[in-house]
Design a protein around this ligand. Structure first.
Ligand SMILES: [Zn+2]
Length: 447
């Protein structure tokens, strides 16, 4: 029997994710095995084997790097239908205003295995030295400590937008979201994560995973760990691929070179890790057990609802890796991208997904507007922390965001070269927040 005290201490015996992993031991033991990897390629294969087991042929049917989706069967709705839906979408000027297109494909066209294996081989050949501990936030931060601190501010605000006043009930969940956010803005080698060389506010990923094990996460913690490792591999791959001055990422150009958006949707979902973060949110709300379709669909929608709102505010247009970008099919891909969202958000409700998951799925409409992170991207610098947030950060995370080792590597990269990533020129769908005058003023630079 679950007591109220158990509930609030996070001791939840009910898992959220289905027990589908090949790996049978604890997350702490899984991390110990992953830390044995001596190369990025080995880490990719080890983490994959824990997820799928030896029977997986490593093709586009592999559920670790891909998402072979099965439409969920109808159920009894447990949540109200989202007001922004298939029947209302054409009223709004989101993602270029294309509205809803029925029959948008949700199947892979590309195999992500060669893409990830190629990136791992590059990393193992020493190319990581170019990007390790470089700044990708594009907010003029001068220290790695600031980058880590601001990503933890973002973490608290996301958690509040996902969970309301209970956002800080489980500090280990917040520590997990923090380490899952920082790799977007600071390039962290995946081996430094699993081997404990990277610490955030003094905590290694081992400390965080061990806390999840102590709180009874069971195989949910293994899901969370493997999703985090996958995220670090995806993040590292796209940063390795980036070459300053090249107009488009070659890797994302390959993924986007079709009418379908599913490959790009899944890449963005796995590189952002909303799946891992959702496990904590769903556990907090005792939403389990949930099907893989519910969890992954809600994770996908969390990312797309963010991009839909970003498109309206002129922030999506600044992103380096737009899942819709393509020289010839941008408009078609923008419509397909929002249509994937509209299909999945309706499926979540119609199949009876818990309300916590449905809320998470359209939370992008809330957090993009209310969090400094997104406005800072547009203005290109930080909005100073308010005293209340500084106090929360100190209580929940600590006072030293990164170790001297990380700061030294960051400063060495900073002084040895011009910034890898310049502020991007706005391209992509025109949204309400992007005044035509602002875009026109920059237009001559295009030619
Ligand atoms: Zn597999």
């Amino acid at each position: 029997m679950i007591t109220t005290a158990d509930f609030h201490s996070g001791l939840r015996p009910v898992p959220v994710a289905r027990d589908t992993l090949h790996y049978r031991r604890s997350a702490t033991e899984a991390l110990r095995e992953l830390a044995e990897a001596r190369a990025v390629a080995e880490l990719l294969e080890l983490s994959h084997a824990m997820w799928c087991g030896p029977v997986c042929a490593s093709t586009s049917g592999c559920g670790y790097l891909h998402y072979p989706r099965r439409e969920p069967p109808p159920g009894i709705p447990r949540s109200r239908r989202s007001p922004y839906n298939k029947d209302t979408a054409d009223l709004f000027f989101l993602m270029g205003g294309g509205g809803y297109a029925a029959g948008t494909a949700k199947t892979h066209e590309r195999d992500l295995w060669p893409v990830l294996r190629e990136a791992a081989a590059q990393a193992d050949a020493g190319e990581g030295a170019r990007i390790d501990y470089t700044d990708w936030g594009r907010k003029n931060d001068t220290t790695a400590a600031d980058i880590a601190m601001y990503t933890c501010r973002d973490t608290l605000q996301w958690a509040a937008n996902w969970c309301g006043e209970r956002y800080a009930d489980q500090p280990a969940f917040l520590h997990y979201v923090g380490v899952s956010t920082v790799c977007d803005d600071l390039c962290i080698p995946p081996l430094d994560l699993v081997q404990g060389r990277f610490r955030m506010y003094g905590r290694t990923v081992g400390d965080i995973i061990s806390a999840l094990d102590d709180q009874g996460w069971g195989h949910d913690a293994v899901h969370a760990l493997l999703a985090l490792v996958r995220q670090y591999l995806f993040q590292y791959a796209e940063k390795l691929d980036f070459v300053s001055g090249r107009e488009r990422s070659s890797m994302h150009s390959r993924l986007n070179d079709s009418a379908g958006v599913w490959d790009a949707v899944i890449y963005h979902t796995y590189s952002g890790n909303p799946y891992g973060c959702l496990l904590g949110v769903a556990r907090l709300w005792d939403a389990g057990p949930c099907s893989n379709t519910w969890l992954t669909d809600a994770a996908i929608c969390d990312g797309i609802s963010m991009d839909l709102c970003k498109s309206a505010m002129g922030i999506y247009q600044l992103d380096l890796y737009q899942p819709t970008a393509d020289e010839h099919r941008a408009q078609q891909r923008q419509t397909a991208y929002q249509s994937v969202y509209l299909d999945l958000i309706d499926d979540l409700v119609a199949s009876g997904a818990p309300d916590a998951l449905v809320h998470y799925a359209h939370a992008g409409f809330l957090f993009v507007q209310t969090q400094e992170r997104y406005h800072e991207r547009r203005i290109g610098h930080r909005i100073p922390l308010r005293p209340a947030l500084t106090a929360h950060l100190s209580n929940i995370f600590g006072d030293e965001p990164v170790d001297p080792f990380v700061e030294q590597r960051f400063q060495a990269q900073r002084t040895s070269r011009t910034p890898l990533v310049a502020t991007a020129f706005p391209t992509g769908p025109t949204g309400l927040g992007t005044s035509a005058a602002r875009l026109t003023a920059h237009e001559p630079r295009l030619h």
